[in-house]
Design a protein around this ligand. Sequence first.
Ligand SMILES: [Zn+2]
Length: 437
Amino acid sequence: MLNNLIKKNLYQKIKEFQSFILLLCIITLAILIVSFYDKFKSEQIKQFNNILQNVYLQKSLISFSKSLKPRHESIKYVVSAGESFEKILNEIELNNKEREKILNFIVNKKLKFNIYENQKIIFKIDNLEGKKVTLITIPINKKKDLVISYNDQKNLQSSVLTKELTLNKVYKENFIKSSLYKSAIEKKIDPNIIVQFAQIYGFEVDFQRDIRKNDGFQIVYEELRNDNNKVVDFGNILYANLILQGKSLELYHFSSDKEKINDHFESNGQSIKKTLMKTPINGARLSSSYGMRKHPILGYNKMHQGTDFAAPMGTPIMASGSGKILKAGWCGGGGNCVKIRHNSTYTTVYAHMSKFARGIKKGTRVSQGQIIGYVGSTGMSTGPHLHYEVIQNGKKINSQTLKLPSGKKLKGKIREDFELAKIKINVLKAELINKDD
Ligand SMILES: [Zn+2]
C-alpha cells in the first residue's frame, strides 16, 4: 500500500517533468546540428583558401587584374628640360599613327606654343581601342591654355581657352624702413602692386625725401588665382594708406563705367591725380634719404633749382604730366634730357638720362605716367640720378613745395555712390584684418 503510493507519486512527478525533458532533448539536438554545420562550413572555407593559395591561380589572377586598365585616363605630364612635344608624345606611349596625326595637325594648323621645363601638359586618354588621345591641354601663358581635341566628326580641332581665375582680396601692412620696395617685399607683396602703389602716391609724395622713420603703409588689393591656387595676375588696389609722420593719406578705389571713372580718391572724394607728379620715377625703388648722413649723389641742391632722385641706372622715368615734348636731346650739362610743355603755365625738365624711351622725340604727345626715358649719369653728373625741374610761367620753381590745384572732386549722385563704395571697402578691410589675427 505504501509502496503503491510511492510508485504512483513518482509516476506523477515524471509526468509533470515530461514536457521539460522534451524541451531539453530538442535543445540538445539543435546544438548538435549547429555545431556540425559550423564544422562543415569552416572546412569549406579552408578548402577554398587552399585553392586561392595555389601558385598558378594566384599568378593568373594578378595578370588578369593588371590587364584591366580603366578606359579613360588622365595623364599630367611634367616637361623636363630640353624635351620636344614629339618626344613627349613618345613618352606617353602613343602609337605611331596617333602621334603622326597629332603632329601633322599642329604643323598644318600652324599652332604656335612653347614647351618649357616644368610645364604641365594634360593628356586625356581613351584606352578602348589602343591608346588614343582625346584631349591635350597645353598652357600657353598664365591665363591661357591651348586645347587640342576631337570634334563630333572625329577630326582634330584646336582652341585657346582662358583659365578660370578666382579673385582674392589681400590686406598687408608694414613700416617703411629703407625703401617702400624692401618693406613691401618683406610682406610678400608682388612688385607689380608695389610699383602701382608708388605710382598712385607719386602725385602727392616725394618718395626720396618725404619718408621718415616709423612711416608705414596699409594696402588692400585684388589678386587672381588659377585652379592650382597660384597667383597669376592682379586686380585693383582697392584701398591704400600711406602714413607719413603720423598723418594718414587714405585712398579708395572707385570706378563707374557710366561716368568713365576708374581712379583713386581721398576720403573726401577728391582725386589723387594732379597736373604734375611729385615723384616722376618708379618711387617704389627709391631709398628714402632719412638716416643717410650725406646724399650719395648730389643731394637736394637748392642752388640748381631742381630735385634730384638718386636711383639705380636704368630706372624708368615718367612724364609727370600729360603734354607735348619740346625737346628730347643733348642739353650740355644736363646730358640727355627731355622737356615737356604741359599747359600755358607748366613745363618740366628731366636730365642725365642714359637713354630715351621708344618714340620720344620733339613734337610727340605724351600722357601722364608714360615712360619717357631711363635714369643715367650723362652730362655733368657724378652718379646715376634723375634731375627734375618744374618751370612755372618761365621761372624755375621748387617742384616739391609746389602747391598744385587738387584733382577732380566727386559731386552729387556719383559722390553718393563713392561713399557707398567707401563703406564697402572699409568693411572689407576690417574683415581682412580680423582674418589675419
Ligand atoms: Zn640736379
